[in-house]
Design a protein around this ligand. Structure first.
Ligand code: BTN
Length: 275
């Protein structure tokens, strides 16, 4: 086995370096790329794996961490703006495509567990398919990407609003966005969240990889935490804007919505709460 590898740009933050070392020591990551500034950690992982050989298996999971992202990406081609109160990182892990469909929801659970670990009694909820909400505000977004020419790997990007100043990032995160520091107890510095969060994410990914485990262990909890169940929601279906009542999470992780005449089963896309 190779020695755990930490490659950090000059100028990266001491708190970030300490968190990376802790992750490597505990074996939660096997290698780290830490940038003071980069376009997007998801894009860094994409480039790493597509232009070069994939990292050796004993260097995975690999963490890509950035003090600052200049071209952060959100779902559906959106921008993801962040500031120095935001935790922005990606994890490159081996995962077969047949399990990857569950990943956004399961990573949402890992984020919810981390928030409650630090900040109980707050209750974290999952807005299908991959946002995490606390007290009615979005505190985290997840961007899961496959690697086009390398099946068997997955990139999980997370943006967590620890102490993000919302006036710096208005509109980019999705409304209403909030910072954990204004809602809950818990660590004040973004990098104090990193080791526990990555450890929870790894446990979630390991469960997904385990061939003996189906979705049952987490499906019930995802259902309990679903923000949309029972509410009126809106979504686009082709060029139509549909409104209906959300019936909850389907057995395959999709979203069930009663549109007034039939039950629609959504597999992807975006659903908004209609108050
Ligand atoms: C969303 O809510 O639309 C998903 C946001 C994901 C943002 C994170 S920040 C780290 C990683 N790098 C990116 O460019 N995006 C993800």
């Amino acid at each position: 086995m190779t020695t755990p590898e930490l490659i950090a740009e000059p100028g990266t933050q001491p708190q970030g370096l300490a968190a990376c070392r802790e992750l490597l020591q505990r074996g939660d990551c096997r290698s780290v790329r830490y940038y003071a500034q980069i376009g997007s950690t998801n894009s860094a992982a994409q480039q790493d794996i597509s232009i070069d050989r994939p990292p050796p298996a004993d260097q995975l999971p690999r963490l890509y961490l950035a003090d600052q992202q200049t071209q952060g990406r959100g779902r559906l081609g959106r921008q993801w703006l962040s500031d120095d109160g935001s935790l922005t990182f990606s994890l490159l892990s081996p995962l077969d495509a047949d399990r990857a469909g569950w990943l956004p929801l399961v990573i949402g659970l890992a984020i919810a567990h981390t928030i409650e670990y630090f900040a109980a009694p707050v209750h974290a909820r999952i807005k299908w398919p991959n946002d995490v909400y606390v007290a009615g505000g979005k505190v985290a977004g997840v961007l899961v990407e496959a690697v086009g020419n390398r099946p068997g790997y997955v990139i999980v990007g997370v943006g967590l609003n620890v102490a993000t100043q919302m006036n710096n990032v208005t509109e980019s995160i999705g409304k209403p966005a909030r910072s954990l520091n204004e809602l809950a107890r818990g660590p004040r510095h973004r990098y104090q969240w990193l080791p526990e969060l990555v450890s929870q994410m790894n446990q979630a990914i390991e469960q997904l990889v385990d061939p003996s485990s189906g979705p049952q262990p987490w499906l019930a909890e995802i259902r309990r935490r679903c923000l949309l169940t029972g509410s009126q929601v809106r979504y686009r279906w082709g060029d139509r804007l549909i409104q209906g009542r959300c019936l909850g999470i389907d057995d395959d992780g999709g979203l069930k919505v009663h549109d007034g005449s039939t039950v629609q089963r959504l597999r992807s896309g975006e659903v908004t709460l209609h108050q």
